[in-house]
Design a protein around this ligand. Structure first.
Ligand SMILES: [Zn+2]
Ligand SMILES: [Zn+2]
Length: 261
């Protein structure tokens, strides 16, 4: 049975990704601003919000979850999972400290869990010191997807990326453009060369080449799709990696194409 991936939004203005099988729909991050935007953007990919089995949150920065999307999840009775160390912060930061009796809030740690016919394995990635952040490996039959956005280093994480059929990974900024438009927050995100290095090592470690790689969370001011793609392709060439795989960037303010695995 096929496995589908789509990025609905991917930038520091908002992030939302969808992983779906015929039976199961999981949304990863829901940083979509207003109630209206949340309903409209989710509706561009998912026929009925009732079809969403779970919304999984990578971390609590407002471009990944915020108050109004939480209100939509509450109204629709959609289950939400955040890392167990983040529950209190979620309530304080996004629910005005008062919580919500109706919100179906659950917690995860780094143990695998099932959602419908998907198996999900969260893993911690280093990002901002105040915001515990997780990437996710998602398994469906013999297929493996890895999703990792908002992190600054991949030391010790390579196994999660190896042997994936599809990789969604942050490639935030170009180092030259960062020098020209410096922002200290960029240091919590992956520069293109570091993402290129991670992807080369992951592909080299893999028995099979991923069918597709999508680069996400590109900075508007400090990156372009062309620069990011070129950086990865050049690194692949240097490392003798066949460029047959599909390499894309996630559009910041639109839905990406659907990746079918
Ligand atoms: Zn972010
Ligand atoms: Zn972040």
């Amino acid at each position: 049975m096929p496995l589908h991936f789509q990025s609905l939004r991917s930038s520091s203005s908002g992030n939302c990704l969808v992983v779906r099988t015929q039976k199961t729909t999981v949304v990863i991050d829901c940083g979509l601003g207003s109630i209206r935007a949340t309903r409209e953007i989710l509706g561009q990919s998912i026929a009925s919000l009732k079809d969403i089995d779970l919304v999984l949150i990578s971390h609590l920065h407002s471009d990944h979850i915020s108050h109004y999307p939480l209100r939509v999840l509450e109204d629709e009775g959609i289950k939400l999972k955040v890392h167990h160390n983040c529950i209190e912060n979620l309530i304080n930061k996004h629910l005005y400290g008062t919580g919500s009796k109706k919100l179906k809030l659950e917690e995860y740690d780094t143990k695998k869990f099932n959602v419908g016919d998907l198996v999900i394995e969260p893993f911690e990635i280093p990002h901002h010191p105040d915001y515990l952040t997780c990437g996710f490996v998602i398994y469906h039959n013999d297929k493996k997807i890895v999703i990792a956005t908002d992190f600054k280093d991949w030391d010790g994480q390579l196994d999660y990326f190896a042997d994936a059929d599809f990789i969604f990974v942050e490639s935030n900024h170009d180092l030259e453009l960062l020098r020209m438009h410096f922002n200290p927050n960029s240091l919590y995100h992956m520069p293109n060369p570091k993402t290129a290095q991670l992807l080369c090592m992951a592909v080299k470690k893999s028995k099979k080449i991923p069918k597709c790689i999508m680069l996400g969370h590109l900075s508007n001011q400090r990156n372009t799709p062309q620069i990011a793609i070129k950086e990865i392709k050049t690194a692949f060439k240097k490392n003798g990696i066949d460029n047959g795989l599909k390499l894309l960037t996630a559009p910041p303010y639109e839905c990406s194409e659907v990746i079918n695995l």
